[in-house]
Design a protein around this ligand. Structure first.
Ligand SMILES: [Zn+2]
Ligand SMILES: [Zn+2]
Ligand SMILES: [Zn+2]
Length: 255
């Protein structure tokens, strides 16, 4: 299975508009972070995990082929607002979207024109259909098995996803003790880490991500959803403990 990081930045992306800090002024491409999303691919199957406002720009760099499913973690703009840009991919057929009840409800409010009855659909809208999923109820897309995990993001319960020995969790602040049994055996973990200091009400910091990963027992952990305050990509990687690194946009890993 191949994983491509399409974006690794926090909700406003990096650089941050109007900021002149070293990270925002950096010329290292690894310090440019679009909004979080990944492609998960096998020879037969291609899954998009989250579809943020940078989706169009992200997919222009990828081969143009069918997307078999879109998995959504939650309804926040930085994770769903590229939905309309799925249009070109509907050339290959309708695209199923998998989301929990709350996200599905929000999608219908945010993009009502995409969810009209078939006969009423305006020509040219993305042909997407909604499938409601919930934590701990596994399903399969093509040759990829998926287990949704529940994590806490401020006052929301949102989804993370496990694919055999790989797990992807974003926008987590905390997680119930009972979820760890669903993460047992995860070797490669992608998890959010906003910055090093200054607690945030809905996002964990680097130390929280390290503690979480150690409790899961992951061998390798990639940090995502970071803001400019985290520091320069190369500097941060030098000080992270063994087995941890910051992901960067365009990075590919093989699971
Ligand atoms: Zn987010
Ligand atoms: Zn900055
Ligand atoms: Zn969020």
């Amino acid at each position: 299975m191949n994983v491509t990081f399409l974006g690794t930045g926090t909700s406003g992306g990096v650089p941050s508009i109007g900021c002149n800090c070293d990270v925002c002024k950096s010329t290292n491409p690894k310090d440019k972070r679009l909004r979080c999303s990944v492609l998960i691919e096998t020879d037969r199957t291609r899954i998009l995990l989250d579809c943020g406002p940078d989706f169009r720009q992200q997919m222009l760099k990828q081969p143009f082929r069918k997307i078999d499913a879109v998995l959504l973690t939650h309804i926040h703009y930085d994770h769903v607002a590229g939905i309309d840009d799925l249009r070109p991919f509907c050339k290959f057929g309708d695209i199923p979207i998998f989301a929990n009840e709350e996200t599905a409800f929000g999608l219908k409010r945010a993009f009502p024109y995409c969810f009209e009855d078939k006969e009423k659909l305006y020509p040219g809208v993305p042909n997407i259909n909604l499938n409601i999923i919930s934590a701990h109820n596994p399903f399969r897309i093509g040759d990829i098995d998926i287990m949704p995990i529940q994590v806490i993001h401020g006052n929301m319960h949102i989804l993370g996803f496990r694919f055999n020995s790989f797990a992807y969790i974003t926008d987590m602040k905390s997680i119930d003790e009972s979820e760890y049994s669903y993460l047992c055996g995860v070797k490669v973990l992608v998890v959010n880490a906003l910055r090093f200091t200054k607690e945030h009400h809905s996002h964990q910091l680097v130390d929280d991500a390290i503690n979480f990963s150690r409790k899961v027992g992951a061998k390798k952990t990639y940090l995502i959803h970071s803001c400019h305050h985290i520091g320069l990509h190369d500097d941060v990687n030098k000080i992270l403990p063994h087995g941890f690194e910051m992901a960067y946009d365009g990075q590919k890993i093989v699971i």
